[in-house]
Design a protein around this ligand. Structure first.
Ligand SMILES: *[C@@H]1O[C@H](CO)[C@@H](O)[C@H](O)[C@H]1NC(C)=O
Ligand SMILES: *[C@@H]1O[C@H](CO)[C@@H](O)[C@H](O)[C@H]1NC(C)=O
Ligand SMILES: *[C@@H]1O[C@H](CO)[C@@H](O)[C@H](O)[C@H]1NC(C)=O
Ligand SMILES: *[C@@H]1O[C@H](CO)[C@@H](O)[C@H](O)[C@H]1NC(C)=O
Ligand SMILES: *[C@@H]1O[C@H](CO)[C@@H](O)[C@H](O)[C@H]1NC(C)=O
Ligand SMILES: *[C@@H]1O[C@H](CO)[C@@H](O)[C@H](O)[C@H]1NC(C)=O
Length: 395
């Protein structure tokens, strides 16, 4: 616990209380309320908590117990993650890097915990830390811009549920550049977020407004796990910039290119919701711009996702020459534009992109009107996209 020296005595006390409670942790049967909670939030429904250290510890312990259920492998599909670990072939192979709760820093808006904003807690983490630090962000709407620099790996942002813990800011490409527009930016490796929402409130990119790209979240680090997180924005909501990432049961909302970047990511059982007005927005803009096999770096796989919402979006736009996006076993209820995909007006991309669907259902999954260069994958083609292996390889 040497790293504790960096924290104040008050912090130390609270960390000790939390740790003590953790020691007594045993797997228990906690209701899956957080698992099934509604995805849209209503701030006025939020119940203020009593933020005494014992109350905070109790809430933290409950969340940890949910981790514990996963550790024992109860029918939760994210456990592919662990079974791969046990077979020693996962990019997430050092399980202690993920499930050692490490040091716990508590943030609460009412000033009763160690930190009253998230960035202050991050700033306290030593550079090049080798132990996981969990930042427990208690219930509340945090209006701040958060940046986790590349020198701070092994951080977890743990919220109290995505309807309860929300981080929100409002930068746009105009105010900060697209890259730095995100409300929350993660540039370090081994990041985890769970039970938390990220939001950018910059608003709708009306045709007469420019530079309205406004990310809620950007991740540029490698080996990240995002579990039960919500992302709210309009244009460029989720900047999946680079690295390998696993999104499980996340909700992502936006109107244009609202999942975009050059990362290699598996989105499993996620919910994509379009809030576009009219024709022409795209759900996804994937930017693979180097060749290589489909198992090479960069590409998005959407597995067993739901796709709903307004407008007539493209499934994706080919942001790179080798843009790679596959939807498998998805329920597509959105009014996807029949051609399905857009090559950005660059014909030379038609022959090199890998954009396709496999066994999807719903009215948006009718492939009759698709562009000639889209793919309907065969069972064999689809295999690389259908498991955690998609983000788990020696590249
Ligand atoms: C949020 O809750 C308030 C008070 O309960 C209610 O008046 C309002 O209609 C709710 N908003 C939504 C979007 O559900
Ligand atoms: C924590 O505080 C809330 C709100 O005051 C209360 O309902 C709950 O019972 C408290 N839990 C514990 C374990 O003290
Ligand atoms: C696993 O991670 C811990 C914490 O970062 C580190 O101390 C340990 O050396 C790692 N083990 C392996 C096998 O990489
Ligand atoms: C921009 O367009 C919106 C509707 O699309 C309109 O309400 C607004 O007045 C326009 N603003 C300008 C400056 O033209
Ligand atoms: C998809 O929608 C169905 C029906 O609304 C729902 O039962 C299911 O839980 C949804 N799945 C996801 C991943 O949101
Ligand atoms: C798919 O779309 C085509 C062309 O719009 C239409 O003729 C066909 O009936 C549709 N198929 C289904 C299963 O809805």
């Amino acid at each position: 616990m040497a790293d504790l020296r960096i924290f104040s005595k008050k912090s130390f006390l609270l960390v000790q209380i939390v740790c003590t409670l953790l020691m007594s942790f045993a797997t228990r049967n906690i209701s899956a309320a957080l698992e099934t909670e509604v995805t849209t939030y209503n701030v006025s429904d939020m119940v203020p908590f009593d933020n005494s250290p014992s109350n905070i510890s109790h809430r933290y312990q409950n969340l940890r117990a949910l981790f514990g259920q996963h550790r024992t492998g109860h029918s939760v599909r994210s456990q592919a993650w662990f079974s791969d670990y046990s077979q020693g072939r996962s990019i997430f192979k050092n399980v202690s890097e993920y499930y050692d709760e490490g040091i716990v820093l508590v943030v609460s808006l009412d000033g009763t915990a160690q930190y009253s904003n998230i960035q202050d807690a991050i700033d306290q983490v030593p550079e090049f830390n080798t132990r996981r630090v969990t930042i427990f962000v208690t219930s509340g709407v945090y209006e701040e811009k958060v940046i986790i620099p590349p020198t701070k790996p092994y951080l977890t942002l743990l919220g109290e549920g995505r309807t309860r813990t929300i981080i929100t800011w409002h930068d746009t490409a105009a105010s900060a550049g697209t890259l730095m527009s995100a409300s929350v930016t993660v540039e370090s490796d081994h990041f985890i977020a769970r039970d938390i929402s990220f939001r950018n409130t910059a608003g709708y990119p009306a045709p007469n407004k420019t530079n309205m790209q406004a990310a809620a979240f950007r991740i540029s680090g490698d080996k990240a796990f995002l579990y039960r997180c919500n992302f709210y924005g309009h244009q460029d909501t989720l900047y999946d910039h680079s690295g390998r990432h696993y999104y499980f049961r996340c909700y992502i909302e936006g109107s244009e290119d609202f999942i975009f970047g050059i990362a290699r990511s598996l989105f499993e059982r996620c919910w994509l919701h379009s809030i576009a007005i009219g024709e022409g927005g795209a759900l996804v803009a994937q930017g693979k711009y180097f060749p290589g096999s489909i198992m090479g770096p960069s590409g998005f796989s959407f597995l067993r996702c739901n796709i709903t919402g307004t407008g007539r979006p493209y499934l994706g736009r080919a942001w790179g020459q080798y843009s790679t996006v596959v939807y498998s076993y998805c329920q597509i209820d959105a009014n996807v534009i029949p051609v399905g995909w857009y090559d950005w007006g660059l014909r030379e991309r038609d022959g090199t992109v890998y954009l396709g669907e496999y066994e999807c259902t719903g009215k948006g999954a009718n492939t009759t009107g698709r562009v000639g260069w889209s793919r309907e994958l065969t069972t064999e083609d689809a295999q690389p996209f259908l498991s955690i292996q998609f983000v788990d390889g020696p590249w």
